[in-house]
Ligand binder design. Structure first.
Ligand code: BGC
Length: 373
């Protein structure tokens, strides 16, 4: 939706507008282009800082957002931090120094990014935290993401249903739990969501974990975190648990893997154990290799987060800011310093029953890439 093309009421909020592009003039009444607000997208530069390119999702998120914004006329600089926190900090600082009017940041480390966000803000930029919150600073203006607690709930609920716990099955079932990177604020929400579904069954003994790697409370989620969401670390961790606790033929019923990298690491560990079955394995992001693994029955589910939706929401906020309007946000998320106006997109659970209807028919992935042809 091209909000900048809508009628814009000039008002006090124009004073908040940022840097380049001049102050422009109101033609008043019902002008219909962004010029009416005094800001032409072509005079606005947007810096996009993405964390890394190992995961397909960040590549898609970055290139798609860039493309959408360029179509709307913005000047866009897209940079990837290659998994290095210092690199991300200096890239954001450079964007700020070069006069970026808007900076969109998917942080590697939400706490560490705070200082660079402050430089951008001090230089007059509007700062949008993308997917991951920027923590402990006033410098973040907006936050766009998916409902992260809901994602965790979907993963937990999937395990509950597949094992028939909601139908009264008593097990006990063996479940191994992992959480995401300890420095990623999202990982906390994912675990909280999953635990809200699984915790009661661990407490009643219907679920158990032979490795004993179950956080004492939900606040201890980092104790089972996999640093940097690293697939190989997840694989090593699961190989270790399998060899130490499931080598005697005891069945592993399910693994809570909070994203697709950790899910693939788990699939690899299970395959190297040579079992004749796969446990229920959750995931998140619907990456190509994982969609194929779901179709092949090696991974059980993932959570689909349509990068096109997130880009639309983010671009909508940018359009509003540039048009001098206050973006319509839905809710706020705390970042330790303030409650940040936020818009959350809705995630969807995917398994082999809806790969076609959810992912292929929506144009997210081709039938060939999904392994359906
Ligand atoms: C994102 C996930 C992603 C993970 C690893 C999280 O913050 O929300 O989509 O799988 O980071 O990059």
């Amino acid at each position: 939706m091209k909000t900048w093309m809508k009628t814009v009421a000039m008002g006090a909020s124009i004073a908040m507008l940022i840097g380049a592009g001049g102050c422009g003039s109101s033609r008043g009444g019902s002008a219909t282009s962004s010029e009416a607000s005094g800001k032409d997208p072509s005079s606005i530069s947007v810096g996009i800082s993405m964390p890394e390119q190992q995961l397909e999702r960040w590549k898609k998120d970055g290139s798609n957002l860039k493309q959408i914004l360029e179509k709307r006329g913005y000047k866009v600089i897209l940079q990837y931090a290659d998994g290095k926190v210092d690199q991300q900090t200096s890239q954001i600082q450079n964007m700020a120094n070069q006069g970026a009017d808007i900076v969109v940041i998917a942080s590697l480390d939400g706490v560490a990014t705070g200082a660079a966000a402050e430089t951008a803000k001090d230089n007059g930029a509007t700062v949008i935290a993308y997917d991951r919150m920027i923590m402990n600073t006033d410098a973040v203006d907006y936050y766009t993401s998916f409902d992260n607690t809901k994602i965790g709930e979907m993963q937990g609920e999937y395990i509950v249903k597949k094992l028939g716990l909601d139908q009264g099955k008593k097990g006990p079932f063996n479940v191994e739990l992992m959480s995401g990177s300890p420095d990623d604020n999202n990982a906390k929400y994912y675990f909280e969501g999953s635990w809200s579904k699984l915790g009661q069954y661990f407490e009643s003994g219907v679920l158990q974990s032979r490795s004993g790697k179950v956080p004492k409370s939900v606040d201890d989620w980092q104790t089972i975190g996999i640093q940097n969401w690293d697939r190989q670390k997840a694989q090593a961790e699961m190989e270790n648990r399998i060899n130490s606790f499931y080598g005697d033929g005891e069945r592993l019923d399910a693994v809570l893997a909070p994203n697709d990298a950790l899910a693939l690491g788990t699939v690899n560990a299970v395959e190297s154990a040579g079992w004749d079955y796969y446990p229920i394995i959750t995931g998140q992001d619907a990456e190509k290799a994982n969609v194929q693994a779901i179709v092949q029955g090696r991974q059980t589910m993932s959570v689909y987060k349509d990068f096109r939706k997130l880009a639309d929401i983010t671009a909508g906020i940018i359009d509003d800011v540039v048009a001098g309007k206050t973006p319509k946000t839905q809710e706020t998320y705390p970042n330790g310093n303030k409650d940040v106006p936020s818009i959350m997109a809705v995630p969807e659970a995917v398994d082999k029953d809806n790969v076609k209807s959810l992912l292929v028919d929506s144009g997210y992935i081709s039938a060939e890439d999904a392994g359906l042809k």
